[in-house]
Write a protein that binds this ligand. Structure first.
Ligand code: HPA
Length: 273
C-alpha cells in the first residue's frame, strides 16, 4: 500500500471512530461558502488539524473542518474548507478529504467553489451548476500506481451526475433561485488570470474559472462516487470589467450570496434523500 493510501486509511479510521454511523452524502464547501456548516444540526465537528495526515490550511474564508450531522433532515458530512494546489499542497493532499470521505461510506459528493464568470451572461452573485469541467491544472491525483478501489481509467463522459443536476435544477426552482449552468475550468492559480488567458478559456468552452474542485471530482469519479457541483460566480473574469480582482471581492460576494446558496444546497440534500 502506498504512503498516501496509508494516510487515507489512518485518517478515515479516526473519522469513522468519531462519527459512528455511516453517512452517504458529503458536501465540500469552497471559499466563503462554509457558513452552511452552521446549519448542520446535532453537529460533530472535527478540525482537519486533529486528523492524522491532514496538513494545516490557512486560507481566509476556509474553516478547515469536517462537520457531520443532519441538514434538511438528512445525514451529511460537510467538509468546510479544502486544500489547494496553489498553497503548495500535492494533488494527493488536495484529493485527501475526498478519498477519506469515500472510505467513511460517502457515495454522493456535492462540490462547490468560488469562480470568475467568463460567459457574458454570468454576473457576480450568480450560482452556476457545474455541467462539465476542463482540467487545466497540468496534473491529476489519479497518476501513479493504481490504487485499490479506484478505476485505472475512469470514464469522464458524465463527471457530474445527470440525475443530481436535475435535482439541483428542481431545488433551485423550489427556492425561487434563477440558476445558471456551465463548464468550470480549473487552473492552479494563485494569480488571477490575465485578460488574454480569459479570452483563451472562453475559446476553449469555459463559462467560469477557478482554482479548485477538479482534483476532488477526479478522485471521486475514480472511486465511483456520484458528483454534483455549484460555482458561486464571485466576479466577472479578468478583462471583462475595469475593476481589479481581489480575494476580498470574492469573500464579499460569497457572503452576499450565502443565504441563497445555503437554501439551495439544503433543498438539494432534502431532495436527494
Ligand atoms: N479566477 C480564478 N479563480 C477565482 C476567480 C477568478 O476570477 N474568482 C474566484 N475564484
Amino acid at each position: 500500500m502506498s504512503g498516501d493510501a496509508q494516510r487515507v486509511e489512518r485518517a478515515s479510521e479516526m473519522l469513522r471512530s468519531k462519527l459512528g454511523a455511516e453517512t452517504t452524502t458529503a458536501l465540500i464547501l469552497g471559499s466563503g461558502l462554509g457558513g452552511l456548516a452552521d446549519h448542520v444540526a446535532d453537529a460533530i465537528t472535527i478540525p482537519y488539524r486533529a486528523i492524522p495526515g491532514f496538513p494545516p490550511s490557512s486560507i481566509p474564508g476556509h474553516a478547515a473542518r469536517f462537520v457531520a450531522g443532519t441538514l434538511g433532515a438528512k445525514k451529511v458530512i460537510v467538509a468546510s474548507g479544502r486544500y489547494h494546489l496553489y498553497e503548495g499542497h500535492s494533488l494527493d493532499t488536495v484529493a485527501l478529504p475526498t478519498r477519506v470521505l469515500h472510505a467513511c461510506g460517502v457515495r454522493t459528493l456535492f462540490v462547490s467553489n468560488a469562480a470568475g464568470g467568463i460567459n457574458r451572461t454570468l454576473r457576480a452573485g450568480d450560482l452556476m451548476i457545474i455541467e462539465d469541467h476542463l482540467n487545466l491544472m497540468s496534473g491529476t491525483p489519479l497518476a501513479g500506481p493504481p490504487r485499490e478501489g479506484e478505476s485505472r481509467f475512469p470514464d469522464m463522459s458524465a463527471p457530474y451526475d445527470a440525475s443530481l443536476i436535475r435535482e439541483l435544477r428542481e431545488a433551485a426552482l423550489e427556492c425561487g433561485i434563477a440558476i445558471k449552468s456551465g463548464v468550470y475550468a480549473a487552473l492552479v492559480g494563485p494569480a488571477y488570470e490575465t485578460p488574454a488567458e480569459i479570452r483563451m478559456l472562453d475559446k476553449l468552452g469555459a463559462d467560469a474559472v477557478g482554482m479548485s474542485t477538479v482534483p476532488e471530482v477526479l478522485a471521486a469519479r475514480a472511486l465511483g462516487m456520484r458528483v454534483a457541483g455549484v460555482s458561486c460566480i464571485t466576479n466577472v473574469a479578468a478583462g471583462l470589467s475595469s475593476t481589479p480582482l481581489s480575494h476580498a471581492e470574492v469573500l464579499e460576494t460569497t457572503s452576499r450570496v450565502a443565504a441563497s446558496f445555503e437554501k439551495l444546497v439544503t433543498a438539494f440534500v432534502r431532495r436527494i434523500g
